[in-house]
Design a protein around this ligand. Structure first.
Ligand code: FE
Length: 188
């Protein structure tokens, strides 16, 4: 019984970050953090992703809601390492598959830019700018190493939804719609 209560509490605590702080603009884009999270998760759901990867898509930028550096960090040329901040927070609450997909989603961007020219051509200006702060495209050797990681496939898929999830005014399901995916991904 108490475990169920705790799990409910954990999911509420995480969703509250999006309810309270998620109105901040998604860096350099015209939508909010919460809209971006919902669009990412919805794309994952429509693509038939596993519950854990849908949960990861919803929470992939949670680090931006945690680090308290305000919304202008990319413009100030500071890389806040939001994927590491987010993964550390999530690791206390969710399973390793979800945490790994979140922690690798920035590397997945460097991987895709290094291996898929059509991907690079479609990045938004804000995303091109942050890529430089994140270390630029992967070389062939680094890309081959990255592809061997167990979580690479999920992280790369998540990354592609992440990049698409910037549509101004798009209607999506609510945060509560995605709650079961988070419940299914809790740390046991
Ligand atoms: Fe994102």
């Amino acid at each position: 019984m108490s475990e169920i209560v705790n799990h409910k509490h954990t999911v509420d605590e995480v969703l509250d970050l999006y309810r309270k702080g998620g109105d901040e603009q998604y860096f350099g884009e015209a939508i909010s953090q919460t809209e971006h999270a919902l669009q990412s998760a919805w794309l994952a759901e429509k693509a038939g992703a596993s519950p854990v990867i849908i949960g990861a898509a919803l929470l992939h930028d949670v680090g931006h809601l945690l680090h308290g550096m305000g919304e202008d960090i990319a413009e100030e040329d500071i890389d806040a390492k939001h994927e590491a901040v987010g993964a550390a927070y999530l690791a206390q609450r969710f399973n390793t598959e979800l945490v790994a997909a979140v922690s690798l989603h920035v590397l997945a961007k460097r991987y895709l830019v290094g291996t898929d020219p059509s991907y690079a051509a479609n990045l938004s200006p804000a995303s091109v700018h942050s890529l430089e702060l994140q270390g630029g495209p992967m070389g062939a050797e680094e890309a081959a190493e990255f592809a061997k990681k167990k979580a690479a496939t999920g992280a790369v898929a998540l990354r592609r939804w992440d990049d698409e999830a910037k549509v101004v005014g798009l209607k999506t399901p609510s945060l509560d719609h995605f709650r079961p995916y988070l419940e299914a991904s809790l740390r046991r």
